[in-house]
Design a protein around this ligand. Structure first.
Ligand code: ADP
Ligand code: ZN
Length: 641
């Protein structure tokens, strides 16, 4: 949570909202893709619907089914299909499979459908006990089933009892992952690293002749959706070597020893197929530091990790099994994993910068009819903090909207609507005219006016009373460049602008009438002010880092007792004191701005109530008539202590 907030506030506070209750933080990556336990490829689809088994069989026969994930011992399936009925767009559909439909797997093989079975997760004690007792019986019974179904099927079917120690890795002998390096943008260093690996896989002699050793393991580190899986797929495809992929969580089972057996099995298959790529996603699920976490270690996970370490040591000189791991939590990985000879190369994959976003948008716009009025550069400007997956999702949403509006190409309108949805949530209907609506209008215009008259604040893009997500109204600002370095004056104007909403409520309606709507504003303000003091050395306490980025987080993966340093009480008091000083100063500043600009505010509110969404340009024109707007380039300097 703390981390998210940090990221939100740092990587582009581009909208301020009034919320009814609770907290609304801006997190594009959270909003983007519904998290399910379905694999990545499936996740890309936004729509999720149901289908009968009969209909599913029809789809299968028509060759429309692209991928099937079986759950709950093949009682449920998540199906990815591309059918003319969905205008050839890929759809994710849930299918309930009737008992006795045992020929399904046979059928899937027959139609050459990519499929995988996921072992059921049983948390219930009785189920655990029962399955421990039942296992031997099932084992014998399962043999028959196993011999019938398991030949030519290296991926293993997790639902068959015999295959429980088999790796659940998906295996592609001639990987046509469809991903080429050209499809990846914005992460050039990682790409360069991987291009080298491809060249090794293609011409190993070139390297061995000069005594160069190619790394056995490469660890991709970065937030979700930045293209780690994509990179791994691209190397397999470009080098034309077999590709195994598995998620770390699939090793962690409820039966001791199974994870380790699966690792052994995976590596055996891999060395039989060398040269090849083994991709382990979410490697932190197995690779977490041993003996860490609340309540001591987890024997099963540790055994699995030990096995992984042994296997990676196993192939002394690299015969071409290259293990690619992906994680967003390198800090919790066991240090043994990072030693030479294991994952000795780390490649950081960061959220793309502005140019990176343009590149990624271009990649995903390739196969879409994009209208002339759409500027991908502008879209990239609007989306700081978006990952590659968020951007892909954005264009996908825009395409869905274009279909809904029966358009033949995607226009600016759909692109903007999609961006608004992803950042702010789905739009609701504006409320009826009443006092609350007026209060919200004042609150939003309060944000907008403070943002407009302050130097070093982003420009207003629009103000709206159309609710989105939990927010009843929103003020959008356009960040003009990547905001990885933020100055002190920018931080102060952000705080003032964020307080502008509450300040307007207070000035216009009086202190007794202020509402809970400002709660998320207040939280953001407090976070920013605290970081100014404790992390950025921007207060009277001086340039001291008193807290690190992770402070405040309940740190499950780390070593116990390492959480945050204990601050001396006197320092803690000084921090609180400085935070209050900053906030009080900014509050006063916000109130002054509201008082000074009351005429414009009233006019803007009337107009906003009328049109519900007020364009930034119109608002600026209004403000310009009554106020001399500051030169945005000149720094805003303030003293508050
Ligand atoms: P990760 O493994 O880092 O969580 P993925 O590689 O699974 O992320 O990315 C999910 C999807 O997002 C990809 O299939 C692709 O469509 C898109 N994507 C992510 N990063 C990039 C990128 N750098 N360039 C192009 N597309 C990207
Ligand atoms: Zn607000």
């Amino acid at each position: 949570m703390w981390r998210n907030i940090l990221r939100n506030t740092l990587f582009g506070l581009i909208l301020l909202s009034i919320t009814s209750i609770g907290v609304k933080t801006f997190n594009p990556s959270d909003a983007a893709i519904p998290e399910t336990n379905v694999r990545n490829e499936v996740n890309q689809n936004v729509v999720s619907s149901r289908m009968t088994y009969g209909r599913f069989l029809e789809y299968l026969e028509m060759g429309w089914v692209k991928q099937v994930d079986l759950y709950d011992n093949s009682r449920n399936a998540i199906v990815v299909a591309v059918s003319p009925e969905s205008e050839d767009r890929s759809q994710t559909i849930r299918v309930e499979i009737p008992v006795g439909a045992s020929q399904l797997i046979q059928k899937l093989k027959e139609y050459d459908v990519d499929f995988d079975a996921h072992p059921a997760e049983n948390k219930n004690l009785w189920v655990t006990v029962a399955s421990n007792v039942l296992l031997p019986i099932l084992f014998v019974g399962g043999l028959f089933y196993f011999f019938q179904n398991s030949e030519n099927f290296p991926g293993g079917s997790g639902s068959s009892p015999m295959s429980i120690g088999k790796s659940t890795a998906r295996f592609e002998k001639r990987p046509d992952t469809g991903v080429v390096f050209n499809d990846i943008a914005g992460i050039d260093e990682a790409k360069a690293e991987f291009e080298e690996i491809v060249s090794f896989l293609k011409q190993p002699d070139k390297y061995t002749i000069v005594g160069a050793k190619i790394p056995k393991g490469i660890l991709l580190v970065g937030p979700p959706g930045t293209g780690k899986t994509l990179l791994a797929k691209a190397i397999a495809n470009e080098a034309d070597v077999p590709f195994f992929s598995v998620a770390g969580s699939e090793f962690v089972e409820m039966f001791i020893g199974i994870g380790a057996a699966r690792v052994r099995d995976l590596f055996k298959k891999a060395s039989d197929n060398a040269p090849c790529i083994v991709f382990i996603d979410e490697i932190d699920a197995v690779g977490r530091e041993r003996g860490a976490g609340v309540g001591g270690g987890n024997d099963e996970r540790e055994q699995t990790l030990n096995q992984l370490l042994t296997e990676m040591d196993g192939f002394k000189e690299n015969k071409g099994v290259i293990v690619v791991g992906a994680t967003n939590r390198v800090d919790i990985l066991d240090s043994a994993l990072l030693r030479p000879g294991r994952f000795d190369r780390q490649v950081t994959v960061n959220l793309p910068d502005r140019l990176g976003r343009v590149g990624i948008l271009k990649v995903h716009a390739r196969n879409k009819p994009i209208g002339d009025d759409v500027s991908l550069v502008q879209l990239a400007n609007r989306t700081p903090g978006f990952s590659g997956a968020d951007l892909a999702n954005l264009l996908n949403e825009a395409a869905i909207l274009a279909t809904r509006y029966k358009k033949t190409s995607i226009t600016k309108n759909e692109v903007n609507e999609a961006a608004d949805r992803i950042i702010g949530g789905i739009a609701g209907t504006p409320m009826e005219d009443n006092k609350n609506k007026r209060l919200i209008a004042y609150h939003e215009v309060g944000h907008a006016i403070t943002g407009s008259v302050l130097k070093s604040h982003d420009e207003v893009e629009k103000i709206t009373l159309v609710p989105r997500g939990a927010a009843k109204g929103l003020t959008w600002f356009t960040p003009d460049e990547d905001q990885s370095l933020i100055s002190r004056s920018e931080l102060l104007s952000r705080i003032i602008t964020t307080l502008g909403g509450r300040a307007a409520e207070q000035v216009v309606f009086g202190t007794p009438e202020v509402t809970t709507g400002a709660s998320s504003d207040l939280q953001q303000v407090t976070n920013l002010a605290r970081q100014m003091v404790t992390r950025f050395g921007m207060s009277n306490i001086g340039p001291i880092a008193l807290e690190d980025e992770n402070n405040g987080q309940v740190f499950l993966g780390g070593t116990m007792g390492q959480e945050g340093s204990e601050l001396a009480e006197s320092i803690a008091d000084r921090i609180d004191d400085q935070v209050c000083k900053i906030i009080n100063y900014c509050e006063q500043k916000a109130i002054d701005i509201i008082l000074d600009n009351r005429v414009v505010i009233d006019l803007a509110v009337e107009r906003l109530l009328d049109v519900e969404t007020l364009d930034g340009a119109e608002f600026r024109e209004l403000v310009n008539t009554y106020t001399v707007l500051p030169d945005k380039k000149a720094p805003y300097i303030s003293k508050f202590s």
